[in-house]
Design a protein around this ligand. Structure first.
Ligand code: 13P
Length: 248
């Protein structure tokens, strides 16, 4: 049985004052039916880890450098993120792939760096609207999955997140059939490559998940949770998503 995961990606949002939201998520997380992860901006990781101490909320980062240290001004290594209190790191988010030209090889190298530092990588995949309309979705996802996932990935160190680019922050959500098609495809590829470990990896859906659509998305086959952007910023929304996942 895969334990479900409700993950929040705060993106470039959040100042110290917003950690009160994290406090207000502790009660929902304490139901202990699902794993809960919040990925605040790097500036807040240490304070978020302190705020979450003693609760079941894990803290993650949103990106890491592929190298362990060195002359890379402005970058953060996976070991630094672990040192600050992170247990997870998102790799290959479409906003990094677009804004910072992260390739599949970069994402694989970052994910390997995460494993080496003892972090769990949340590896993101997703097709653009043009790719979906051209009928290329499964080809794109298959290529990204193969190229972005290190050979050393296991059920313990890897979470996959399917985030269609056109559904992120737009309020547009794929049909449940479209979500099932991609998640089932990812599962088959993971099992073919990693065997039982691939069967144990969580596959999250991300893209405009809200309290109002969480129930139906969580009922889809091979959806093991969500990677939530906007609706993870407020405890009132994210707690409802945690509860929906616990009831799924
Ligand atoms: P939204 O939930 O705001 O659409 O963002 C999804 C996402 O990109 C999470 O990583």
């Amino acid at each position: 049985m895969r334990r479900k995961l409700a993950a929040g990606n705060w993106k470039m949002n959040g100042l110290a004052a917003n950690l009160t939201e994290l406090d207000a998520m502790k009660a929902a997380a304490a139901a202990d039916k699902v794993d809960v992860l919040i990925c605040p901006p790097a500036t807040l990781i240490s304070r978020a880890a302190d705020a979450a101490a003693g609760s079941s909320i894990a803290i993650g980062a949103q990106d890491c450098h592929a190298n362990a240290s060195g002359a890379h001004t402005g970058d953060l290594s996976a070991a630094m993120l672990a040192d600050a209190g992170a247990s997870h790191v998102i790799t290959g988010h479409s906003e990094r792939r677009v804004d910072h030209s992260d390739s599949d090889a970069d994402v694989a190298a970052k994910s390997q760096a995460a494993f080496d530092a003892g972090l769990i990588a949340v590896i993101c995949l997703g097709e653009s609207l043009a790719q979906r309309e051209a009928g290329d979705t499964l080809d794109v996802i298959g290529t990204q999955l193969a190229g972005s996932t290190p050979d050393s990935a296991t059920a313990a160190n890897t979470v996959i997140a399917y985030e269609p680019v056109w559904a992120i922050g737009t309020g547009k959500v794929p049909t449940l059939e479209q979500i099932a098609e991609v998640h089932d495809f990812i599962r088959a590829k993971l099992v073919a490559r990693f065997g039982a470990e691939g069967d144990g990896m969580r596959i999250l859906y991300g893209g405009s998940v809200k309290p109002g659509n969480a129930d139906e998305i969580f009922a889809v086959s091979n959806v093991d949770g969500a990677l939530v952007g906007g609706a993870s910023l407020k405890a009132s929304d994210f707690n409802a998503i945690i509860t929906a996942l616990g009831n799924a």
